[in-house]
Design a protein around this ligand. Structure first.
Ligand code: XIL
Length: 362
């Protein structure tokens, strides 16, 4: 062999070795190696779309039905439970060795008309809620590892919201503080003692009057033995200006109570034009940096064990509807399922964490 030829083979081998070492790992591979959960909300009716399912299974080790387990969907008439779409997502998760989170058992919104307009007495409502929680949690026993038991019970000032369950006369707990919330946790725990039970909330991510109230409530629950295991921080970021230091401190104080924190509904909305395209090209990078910072704020603390985004492709994000067309493009993949700068920044944040940084998740 001529020396120059031998040299070029050697060079090629080095190049190949370097390429193999830095071979692109998926988000999921990076998460698995560090025993953290990286998940997304998913919709059962999209499981027929090829790129949707390949992306979901390739990049995530956790999924959560986006709407399928809400009262309106799963309990559409008094004696009728429709488990099918939820079951399809759970089965998808099983086939692809993903964990599945349940969302949600009690919420003042997305309740069916038969319930909200039913003029039920407090006792009847109590029975209906007990029955609902028992049926739904038992159906998914052993299949869902965690549940958002209560969703968004507080208003922006941290006071308990007026809702079917709180006050009209509802479950009959008005004026009795958090009684209906505690009761829901106890019923869920009875139905599946293994499931991790979460209180899930919006706008309480950083340090503010709402997160103070949330902290006080869950600290009280822990002290009095209410079966709560974690807090879900939704984290819909609508203004490109999250207070990362505040978020980090809030996660620290919550995990300091011995609770897990899951970031449950992360998305980072950008101002968009009528076509849904970002108005400002520099926003891609700002969005990426926010995803990176949130990933680090959570995963650098051992009690923060999961980050879920609220969908993964911009094609199906809820944000444009919610913001009446003003904001959009909030997720890790664009409408063609191409990973965005946010994807790479999020993955880089995972890569920067030490391997085997925490005890295996249950
Ligand atoms: C949203 C879904 O994304 C939409 O598809 C649906 O039309 C309305 O609900 N907080 C929550 C989620 O806890 O359940 C909401 O999901 C978004 C806000």
């Amino acid at each position: 062999m001529r020396p120059t030829f031998r040299r070029s083979i050697a060079v090629l081998m080095v190049v190949a070795a370097v390429a193999a070492c830095s071979a692109a790992q998926t988000l999921r591979e990076e998460a698995d190696r560090r025993e953290v959960l990286v998940g997304t909300a998913a919709r059962a009716y999209l499981l027929t779309e090829g790129r949707y399912v390949t992306t979901l299974a390739r990049d995530y080790n956790l999924l959560e039905p986006e709407n399928e387990l809400k009262w309106e969907a799963i309990h559409p008439a008094p004696q009728v439970f429709d488990f099918l779409p939820g079951d399809q997502l759970v089965e998808f998760g099983r086939l692809h060795r993903m964990k599945v989170r349940g969302h949600c058992l009690v919420w003042g919104r997305y309740v069916p008309r038969w319930l909200s307009d039913g003029h039920y007495s407090a006792d009847q409502l109590r029975q209906l809620l007990h029955e609902h929680i028992s049926q739904v949690v038992s159906h998914y026993k052993g299949k869902l590892f965690a549940w958002d038991v209560i969703n968004e019970a507080m208003d922006e000032n941290g006071r308990l919201r007026s809702s079917l369950w709180y006050d009209q006369p509802g479950i009959g707990e008005a004026g009795r503080g958090t009684a209906y919330i505690e009761q829901a946790f106890r019923w869920a725990h009875e139905a599946d003692p293994e499931a991790l039970l979460f209180y899930n909330e919006a706008e309480g991510e950083a340090l503010n009057v709402k997160s103070d109230a949330l902290y006080a409530m869950v600290r009280d629950f822990k002290r009095r033995g209410v079966p709560i295991h974690g807090v879900g921080l939704q984290m819909h970021i609508l203004d490109l200006k999250p207070d990362i230091a505040g978020i980090t401190a809030n996660i620290r104080r919550l995990t300091g109570l011995g609770l897990q924190v899951h970031i449950t509904e992360l998305d980072v909305a950008l101002p968009v034009d009528g076509e849904g395209r970002p108005r400002n090209a520099a926003d891609w990078q700002r969005q990426a940096e926010i995803y990176r910072s949130v990933a680090l704020a959570c995963f650098s603390q051992p009690g923060c064990t999961a980050i879920q985004t609220w969908g993964f492709t911009d094609k199906y994000s809820w944000i444009r509807n919610w913001t009446k067309g003003n904001k959009g493009s909030p997720l890790l993949f664009d409408r063609e399922y191409v990973p965005k700068p946010a994807y790479f920044a999020f993955r880089d944040a995972l890569r920067s964490l030490p391997l085997r940084m925490r005890a295996p998740l249950q």
